[in-house]
Write a protein that binds this ligand. Sequence first.
Ligand code: ADP
Length: 384
Amino acid sequence: MSGTPGTRVFVVNSGSSSIKYQLVDVETEQAILSGLVERIGEPGGGAVDHVDGMRRVLAELGDAATDLTAVGHRVVHGGSVFTAPTAVTEAVIAQIEQVSTLAPLHNPANLAGIRAAMAVLPGVPHVAVFDTAFHQSMAPAAYTYAIDRELARSHGVRRYGFHGTSHAFVAERAAAHLGRPLEQLKLIVLHLGNGASVAAIDGGRSIDTSMGFTPLQGLVMGTRSGDLDPAVLLHLHRQAGLSVDELDTLLNKRSGLLGLSGSADMRDVTRAADEGDADAALALDVWAHRIRHYVGAYLAQLGGLDAVVFTAGVGENSAPLRSRALAGLEHLGVRVDPERNGAKDRTARTISPEGAGVAVLVVPTNEELSIARQAAALAVGERR
Ligand code: ADP
């Protein structure tokens, strides 16, 4: 094919039994192709292993997979080691392996995808993009847990934060939408999907975020509890006889909206609350209370606020939940205009009233595009 090569990036998000992929044209920002190989290694599944799965993906891509600028890999945990996208080498793979104890479910699965893609696409630069990297700018005061320092240090116990790719992308888009340099903005980004987190972003740098050592901390999520007094675990262990594994399942898979209302899907919860279900109504109250708690805290940490930005499934799609999340913050200058909020529009937009002290925005996230851009920038930079 003629024309300018070097704009297409193959983005891989590899799970333990699945490979999600997207071929992204970085210049037009369009996804040329996307897909999913599921049930890898399962009887009757799509592929026997990740390499087999990746071969199938390549066959699917056909000619589209030639002339790739880079392959961008989503990696959940970069520990304290990775602060930026990184070209994958054997040494980098070893470092990702080392931080895998911090994300024992995710990092090995991400690595399986990296190895498989490197095996089938050996001539292309592979770049790892970490969910944690953006938050490495936090100060020790924000990331340190007040426990025994030696124990914490030797086991890597601190706040890392996640969803970094999304927070960084959305912050940049918000600045573009506002027509102001990101370096001058104080932003609170609310990434509200199945997983949910808030980030305080000062001049483009994350200074605090609600997820912590793992993605369990912070907001009320689909199935995760978010913030909790850690003594609850001790109590449930001693008094209810729950084992460590049972507590893990409880907090990660049976809590949050699901635990409170019976459904992890926000659409079900809002419907049930509208029909008078008291559990669903309380779930929404707890959900919104927690969001306001963080908005207030981060306003204080930022020492000012230019915009609150909604993104991800709930943040992009639900006008009633957006206004509910920020209700009662009018005295801080945070206001949602009902008409603007209700407008059906898929692009970045303002939903605060004209002249409001703080802009409230909806900015669609696009983690694949963000990974593609970062991978391309690094690959092109290295070629020079
Ligand atoms: P993930 O974290 O898995 O990427 P998403 O960002 O896609 O998730 O968000 C999924 C969540 O968004 C689900 O809880 C879903 O119910 C919610 N959601 C999507 N559309 C709406 C809507 N119109 N109203 C309320 N919730 C919605």
